[in-house]
Design a protein around this ligand. Structure first.
Ligand SMILES: Nc1ncnc2c1ncn2[C@@H]1O[C@H](COP(=O)(O)OP(=O)(O)OP(=O)(O)O)[C@@H](O)[C@H]1O
Ligand SMILES: [Mg+2]
Length: 331
C-alpha cells in the first residue's frame, strides 16, 4: 500500500482572541478565549489525487489548508507528508518539504510583487533552493512559462505584473509554484478573482499540470461547482470541523448531512436533478468562539432531534468511502 501524499489527523488551529483594551488596562484576568478555526479535522490525499474543501465563509477552509502544510503552526493534531510527521521537521528537512508543497493564493494581483519581472518571480524559488547554474535556471524558467501557456516565454519574461491580465498573472503564480517540480499543490480559491471567461482555461491548466507532474492537490473553495469540476473527493466543513467526506459524485448527487444537502441545493447548477425544498440554510452561522457539547449544526438543522445536543456525533460510514457526521446515519 502506498502512503497518502498528505494525511492530517485531528488537526486543530485555535487563534487567541485579543482581550479588549479596558480589560488589559484593568489587568482583568478573564479566561483567554479562542477562535477554534480548525477543530479536529482529519483527511488524506493520495498521490495525484484532487481533494476539495468546501463550506461557508469563515468555516476554516483556508486555515485548515495552511495549517496542513505548516504555513501556520497547528495547535494540535498530526500531519504526515509522504508518511513523515511534518511537525517534527526542521532545518534542511523542512526546507525540502517546502520544495515539495506549493501554494497558489486566491488573488493573483496581490500575490505578485509588482517590482519583480515575470522572470525574477519564477526564478526566485530556484535561487532560494540553489538549483542549477544560471543557464539551467534560465532554461527552466522559460520552459515553465511555456508550460503554463505564457508563450512565447521571451515575450513574457521581461514583463511586470502591472502589464499583465488577471489570467496571465495567475499563470505566472502557477509557474512559480511548479518550477520546483513539487508533488503537492494547495490552491485556495484559485479562480475567484478571475474573469468568468478565462476561469475554465485556468482550471484546465491545473488539471493538465496535475496529470503531467503527478501532483496531488488540495482545492479550497466556497464554490461547489468548481470543486465538482476539479476534485476526486470533497470534504464539507462546518465551523472548524468536517461534517461529510466522500467521492465528488456522492457528495453532489447523494449528500447525506443536512448541511451538505442545503449547501448542494443552494447551487442548483451542480445537480440539475436536485429538486429539494428549502434551498437556503436557515439561521445564522454561529460564532466560532462558541462552546457546544452537541452537533454544531443543530441550531440550524431542519432535522434536529433532542439527542443531537447530547454530544458531538462521530463520522458514520454511509456508503463506500463516504462519511457523514450525523446521528441520522448511526446504524
Ligand atoms: N490570523 C487569524 N487570527 C484570528 N482569527 C483568524 C485568523 N485567521 C482566520 N481567523 C478566523 O478563523 C475562522 C476561519 O477563517 P478562515 O479564513 O480559515 O475561513 P474560510 O473558510 O477560509 O473563509 P472564506 O471562505 O471567507 O475564505 C474565522 O472565524 C476567522 O475569522
Ligand atoms: Mg478562505
Amino acid at each position: 500500500m502506498t502512503e497518502p501524499k498528505l494525511r492530517v489527523e485531528s488537526l486543530e488551529k485555535y487563534f487567541p482572541i485579543n482581550a479588549g483594551l479596558a480589560s488589559k488596562l484593568l489587568n482583568w484576568n478573564a479566561d483567554q478565549q479562542y477562535v477554534r478555526a480548525v477543530d479536529g479535522v482529519s483527511f488524506e490525499i493520495e498521490p495525484s489525487e484532487s481533494f476539495g474543501l468546501a463550506g461557508e465563509s469563515g468555516c476554516g477552509k483556508t486555515t485548515a489548508g495552511k495549517t496542513a502544510i505548516r504555513l501556520l503552526e497547528p495547535t494540535g493534531g498530526d500531519i504526515y507528508f509522504d508518511g513523515r510527521q511534518l511537525t517534527d521537521l526542521s532545518g534542511s528537512e523542512l526546507k525540502s518539504f517546502r520544495r515539495e508543497a506549493q501554494i497558489i493564493y486566491q488573488d493573483p494581483f496581490e500575490s505578485l510583487n509588482p517590482r519583480f519581472s515575470v522572470y525574477d518571480w519564477v526564478a526566485e524559488p530556484l535561487d532560494i533552493h540553489d538549483i542549477g547554474t544560471e543557464e539551467e535556471r534560465t532554461e527552466r524558467v522559460y520552459r515553465t512559462l511555456d508550460n503554463v501557456g505564457l508563450e512565447p516565454p521571451s515575450a513574457y519574461a521581461g514583463e511586470y505584473p502591472g502589464d499583465l491580465s488577471g489570467g496571465e498573472r495567475q499563470r505566472v503564480a502557477i509557474a512559480r509554484a511548479i518550477v520546483l517540480n513539487p508533488s503537492f499543490l494547495l490552491a485556495d480559491e484559485p479562480a475567484s478573482m478571475l474573469d468568468v471567461s478565462i476561469r475554465a482555461s485556468v482550471l484546465d491548466l491545473f488539471k493538465r499540470l496535475q496529470r503531467e507532474l503527478n501532483l496531488a492537490a488540495l482545492y479550497i473553495s466556497h464554490d461547489l461547482s468548481l470543486l465538482k469540476y476539479m476534485c476526486d473527493r470533497i470534504g464539507i466543513m462546518y465551523l472548524g470541523k468536517l461534517v461529510e467526506v466522500g467521492p465528488t459524485e456522492e457528495i453532489i448527487h447523494n449528500p447525506k448531512h443536512p448541511y451538505t444537502k442545503a449547501l448542494v441545493a443552494s447551487v442548483p447548477e451542480v445537480d440539475p436533478d436536485n429538486r429539494r425544498d428549502g434551498a437556503s440554510i436557515g439561521g445564522e452561522v454561529p460564532d466560532p468562539t462558541f462552546e457546544t457539547t452537541g452537533c454544531r449544526f443543530a441550531n440550524r438543522c431542519p432535522e434536529v432531534m433532542p439527542r443531537c445536543r447530547d454530544g458531538e456525533p462521530p463520522m458514520f460510514e454511509t456508503s463506500d468511502d463516504h462519511y457523514t457526521r450525523c446521528v441520522l446515519y448511526e446504524s
